[in-house]
Design a protein around this ligand. Structure first.
Ligand code: HEC
Ligand code: HEC
Length: 260
């Protein structure tokens, strides 16, 4: 009897062995998925970024609209359209002109070419929540006006940290050949595995790798062969920049706890 199951068992073992390379990626993806990352994926899938230019692109002209262009999510525009997080959700849900955006005085008559579609009948309520959190993270909507967190946010944009670590440190940027197949974020459980505290954070930031990882041959093997690597910012940062980036990451971690 047992012998009959031997081929099945062997096939099962073979499948497990053949897919072993992807396990760490699947495991960490499942453990670190978060609303901002999900929202970023939804924005791409649902065409939002076709109208709202991504970080690296110019905004489209939209004559007759309040500011004359379709706002990018990444340029701190949101405060001119939304009076609070509830408004952001409402804009995505209901479409049309945003609550704080009547047509510009003296603008071209008639409808502007681009109009915000209503998504309430196209997406689920949870999807709209995730999109709103992503838009707010992309925009820096919840970042205080001044102080170390604000400074950390602007440094993170200046050096492109979030192009690799995900909007608002939400992680998940594909990184072929790395151990987890994606760049880790700053807000999930993987962060505490890779960064034991401020000391190790400085090692990553200044030298591109923590001493602990540099001393671990298996970890170094994957860090060396990955497509993307952590740049060493030692020569690029001014005194106080590390404090500001650390403060920003701690802020993001606190914010993320509220939505988990
Ligand atoms: C057909 C083009 C188009 C598409 C697609 C589109 N939008 Fe918009 N959106 C606009 C325009 C135009 C405005 C400006 C409305 C105004 O002037 O009040 C806007 C405004 C907004 C705003 C407020 C301003 C800002 O940028 O923060 C949010 C938030 C927003 N859209 C989210 C989304 C999301 C999320 C999606 C995808 C689910 C999406 N939009 C898809 C055209 C579009
Ligand atoms: C070109 C892509 C890229 C850029 C830009 C980048 N990083 Fe990284 N970073 C990485 C990669 C890749 C790792 C290694 C992660 C791994 O595979 O274990 C890493 C690791 C880290 C880590 C430790 C692991 C973790 O959980 O995040 C921190 C902290 C970090 N980076 C912070 C920053 C900061 C702050 C900036 C901007 C000043 C920045 N990174 C810019 C790619 C990048």
């Amino acid at each position: 009897m047992a012998r009959r199951f031997l081929p099945v068992f062997a096939a099962f073992c073979l499948i497990l062995a053949a897919t072993a390379r992807w396990w760490p990626g699947w495991y960490w993806k499942a453990r670190t998925i978060n609303p901002v990352r999900t929202g970023a994926g939804l924005a791409l899938k649902n065409g939002c970024l076709a109208c709202h230019a991504p970080l690296e692109r110019e905004q489209h002209a939209d004559p007759g609209s309040r500011w004359g262009s379709v706002p990018s999510f990444y340029r701190g525009n949101l405060m001119m359209y939304a009076g609070g997080p509830g408004d952001v959700r409402k804009i995505i849900s209901d479409g049309g002109p945003a609550p704080l955006a009547p047509a510009a005085a003296g603008a071209a008559p008639g409808k502007p070419p681009f109009n915000m579609p209503a998504f309430k009948n196209r997406l689920g309520s949870g999807e709209i929540d995730d999109l709103a959190l992503y838009v707010m993270a992309a925009d820096g909507y919840l970042i205080p006006d001044s102080g170390p967190v604000a400074q950390g946010f602007s440094l993170s944009r200046k050096f492109g940290c979030e192009s690799c670590h995900g909007i608002g440190g939400s992680g998940g940027t594909p990184n072929p050949r790395s151990f987890t197949l994606a760049v880790p974020g700053w807000t999930g459980a993987d962060f505490s595995h890779l960064v034991s505290g401020r000391g190790e954070f400085d090692e990553w930031l200044l030298d591109g790798r923590s001493k602990r990882m540099a001393g671990n041959r298996a970890a170094s093997f994957f860090l060396d062969r990955a497509n993307l690597y952590m740049p060493s910012f030692r020569g690029a940062l001014k005194p106080g920049d590390g404090d500001a980036l650390w403060a920003y990451i701690q802020f993001l971690r606190e914010e993320a706890k509220k939505t988990r």
